[in-house]
Ligand binder design. Structure first.
Ligand code: BDR
Ligand code: CA
Length: 314
């Protein structure tokens, strides 16, 4: 008999790569998406809450509940990334405005209520944007921490250094105080940093493989990827662009594609030049207890094979 699907909540700021991550999760029978919580990040909250619903409808899943969460970081003004994702956050292909409703409770309330109602260790959180919703839930209801099986998040960078400042990756930089709460929470953490996602680059054949699926979903994924590729190729001088957030879902589906180290990771919140840096004790020189599985590598070919196969099922 097939095991029960793993229950997950995706916390996200779509974003083209968030959108592909959501599609990968919805295409995968191993995962049961209890809900999608949205946060301000790549674009403001009204757009991320809209975009998550656009993606659910594209996947033929208007039944997935989508919640709007925090519209600004815990202690700072919002920084967005339209320069990467375009004005809508999902530039690259025109999709219809969503018809499915936004749920009428706040994302943080949904997180707290769901985790309280589930047995300990039943739900995995998958944050793909700034950690504002997750940290707000933990600060408001510390009793949910032991209920969380694991947090598998896209964020941070160490050897690859930053993409929004020389030291910081975007998701952590936008709300470092929230990240600090999550990294000090004692919850099992798996971190998918730029060190990994910059090894999961799109290439022409990989993008064309989505397009030649010949489906509306394949066409959308190719359109989105084409759009943000332009920015990243100019910035990094690389052949393609990193598809960051789907790596989180791929890790849940096939952790054997990834390698990393269980180390201590602290968040810089007060740096003159390094705010939002994930200070990963890769060589275990700090004496601080490990608190996160910090991934460092991915088998890119296997990742794209998995992604293309699953996107082809929608
Ligand atoms: C992260 O920031 C966003 O632009 C992407 O969606 C991804 O979650 C990469 O730094
Ligand atoms: Ca994201």
């Amino acid at each position: 008999m097939a095991p029960h699907p793993r229950k997950i909540i995706i916390d996200t700021d779509p974003g083209q790569d968030d959108a592909v991550a959501i599609l990968l999760a919805l295409a995968s029978p191993e995962l049961d998406v209890l809900g999608i919580t949205t946060v301000a990040g790549n674009v403001p909250l009204a757009l991320t809450a809209r975009n998550a619903r656009v993606v659910c409808e594209l996947a033929g899943r208007p039944d997935v509940p989508v919640f709007a969460g925090c519209d600004a970081p815990m202690q700072r003004p919002l920084v967005t990334a339209e320069h990467v994702h375009g004005k809508t956050g999902l530039d690259g292909i025109d999709l219809p405005a969503p018809k499915m409703p936004l749920q009428d409770i706040h994302a943080v309330e949904f997180l707290v209520e769901t985790l309280r109602a589930e047995p300990a260790g039943a739900v995995t959180l998958c944050p793909l944007g700034p950690l504002t919703n997750i940290a707000t839930a933990l600060a408001r209801a510390p009793d949910i921490a032991p209920k969380i099986a694991e947090i598998v998040l896209m964020g941070g960078a160490y050897f690859e250094v930053g993409n929004i400042t020389p030291a910081a990756e975007f998701n952590i930089f936008v709300d470092p105080e929230a990240a600090d709460i999550v990294f000090r929470s004692g919850i099992n953490l798996v971190v998918v940093p730029l060190d990994v996602t910059h090894k999961a680059l799109t290439t022409r054949p990989r993008v064309e493989a989505f397009r030649t699926l010949g489906t509306p979903v394949g066409h959308a994924v190719a359109g989105w990827t084409d759009f943000f590729e332009r920015f990243d190729m100019a910035k990094y001088g690389s052949q393609g662009a990193p598809l960051h957030d789907p790596c989180v879902i791929a890790y849940l589906l096939d952790p054997g594609l990834f390698t990393g180290r269980h180390v201590n990771v602290m968040i810089e919140t007060r740096g003159a030049f390094t705010t939002g840096m994930t200070v990963a004790d890769w060589w275990r020189v700090s004496g601080r207890e490990p608190n996160a599985m910090f991934l460092g590598d991915v088998e890119a070919e296997g990742f794209y094979r998995l992604l293309t196969d699953r996107i082809g099922r929608l």
